[in-house]
Design a protein around this ligand. Structure first.
Ligand SMILES: C[S@@+](CC[C@H](N)C(=O)[O-])C[C@H]1O[C@@H](n2cnc3c(N)ncnc32)[C@H](O)[C@@H]1O
Length: 322
């Protein structure tokens, strides 16, 4: 690679925060809801039209908006994803901008969080510490719910057809549980922290929310389960807890376990998202698809299937008993 190509490679990552922040900010401000528009049309909310043009040019270079003779527009597909309530823009302007980026970058104190965690890994408090604050749990889960609706639909089609009750450990506000219950006409129990389940939207009466801890099986519902969904739970708990968790589920006699998560080596954003979790989850461990498959096999789930779920980001590995 030449020096200029090398510099281009460095810059592609070094400066990507600018377009990223422009997108997250536009999402937070619900700017896409106002397109198509000229920057002059937006002066009621954004008085400097030239500044808006500069932002829009940045978004245009990133392929997010189109300059139509001075009128900023979007493709139909971009409009579908980035406008309206519970849209992808809500997730980007909500959980990603307000909660995830500060946990990785300059935090609330202006201190580089990633740098601090690298030198002092014991400073991480995890989801449990984070969600002792009910307002934080609420803000996080409303965005997570919106962000998980698409993956939930895909996941519900790729799990084994349930023959009985399903457990969703770390299920948040139940986007996945609702999709599984609806598609397969089964009961699904969601277990998550008290601040999470107490504010979950009701949804289907086939989905029950129970306060509990995925790492303490005495807090799980006293039910027999056909299968279990662990969506982003491996990224959310210490690595050393993953095998004991699978063993406890095997001991309970579940027939299948579906692990949906960021898995190293499976796409452009998989390890990046592991890192985003590693900065606040104590003893976080990156896992590859092979690692997760081996863990499931060791726990007695001999038939393994694996497939990408969110493009370049997440993988679904399902282990089923022979
Ligand atoms: C990234 S969110 C995923 C939520 C949901 N599974 C989904 O896919 O939309 C991670 C979830 O794991 C939950 N969680 C983390 N550690 C947990 C634990 N020890 N016990 C129960 N839930 C836990 C968090 O509260 C949060 O709701």
């Amino acid at each position: 690679m030449s020096l200029s190509e090398t510099a281009r490679t460095i810059n592609a990552t070094a400066y990507s925060y600018i377009s990223s922040w422009a997108l997250l900010t536009a999402a937070e401000l619900r700017l896409f809801d106002r397109l198509p528009a000229r920057s002059d049309d937006l002066v009621d909310a954004f008085p400097d039209a030239d500044l808006v043009d500069t932002l829009m040019l940045t978004l245009a270079d990133a392929g997010l908006v189109v300059d139509n003779d001075g009128v900023w527009t979007q493709t139909d597909e971009m409009t579908t994803l980035l406008t309206g309530d519970d849209s992808y823009a809500d997730y980007l302007g909500g959980q990603i901008m307000q909660q995830m980026t500060p946990r990785m970058t300059l935090g609330l104190t202006g201190e580089n969080v990633l740098s601090s965690v690298l030198t002092d890994p014991t400073s991480r408090r995890g989801y449990e510490g984070w969600f002792t604050d009910a307002d934080e749990a609420n803000a996080y889960q409303s965005s997570q719910y919106a962000g998980s609706l698409g993956p939930a639909s895909a996941l519900s089609k790729q799990i084994p057809t349930p023959t009985g009750r399903v457990l969703d450990l770390g299920g948040g506000w139940g986007a996945i549980a609702q999709a599984v219950a609806k598609r397969h006409d089964v009961d699904v129990d969601v277990v998550d922290f008290g601040t999470v389940v107490s504010s979950a939207p009701a949804g289907s009466d086939r989905v029950s929310f129970r306060e509990g801890n995925a790492l303490d099986e005495t807090t799980w519902p006293d039910e027999a389960y056909d299968g279990v969904v662990l969506s982003y739970l491996f990224s959310s708990i210490p690595g050393s807890e993953q095998e004991p968790l699978l063993a406890a589920l095997a001991e309970r006699g579940v027939r299948w376990i579906a692990v949906h998560d960021f898995m190293a080596g499976t796409g452009r954003w998989a390890s990046a998202w592991s890192l985003q979790h590693a900065v606040f989850v104590p003893e976080h461990r990156s896992r590859s698809e092979d690692d997760v498959s081996s863990m499931l096999q060791s726990a007695g789930f001999g038939t393994i299937s694996a497939s990408p779920l969110i493009d370049e980001m997440t993988t679904l590995v399902v282990g089923t008993r022979h």
